[in-house]
Design a protein. Structure first.
Length: 91
């Protein structure tokens, strides 16, 4: 998936909705972004679900590459983990 296939947007949510989505994401072992995409795909139907599934496959491929790198270079692993944690906090 190319960067041009992803559009970044800001989303304003009421705090209670954010809390519900965050709790749901945690229960489903997904990021907040993935949880929102999953929920939207359920609402929008089959075509949207295909796009979300494609993105999930891409994310797995990225994670596999990260894990391979972690196994090779502990210092790079520490940097990647720090970047991941920062992204999750912002996400």
């Amino acid at each position: 998936m190319a960067k041009s296939d992803i559009i970044s947007t800001r989303l304003r949510l009421p705090a209670p909705v954010h809390r519900m989505l965050t709790a749901s994401a945690k229960r489903n072992n997904r990021s907040l972004n993935s949880e929102i995409l999953w929920a939207l795909a359920q609402y929008l139907g089959e075509d949207a679900q295909k796009h979300v599934e494609h993105m999930a496959v891409h994310q797995r491929e990225v994670m596999h590459n990260v894990l391979r790198a972690l196994a090779r270079d502990p210092e790079a692993a520490a940097r990647m983990i720090a970047g991941f944690d920062k992204g999750m906090e912002e996400g």
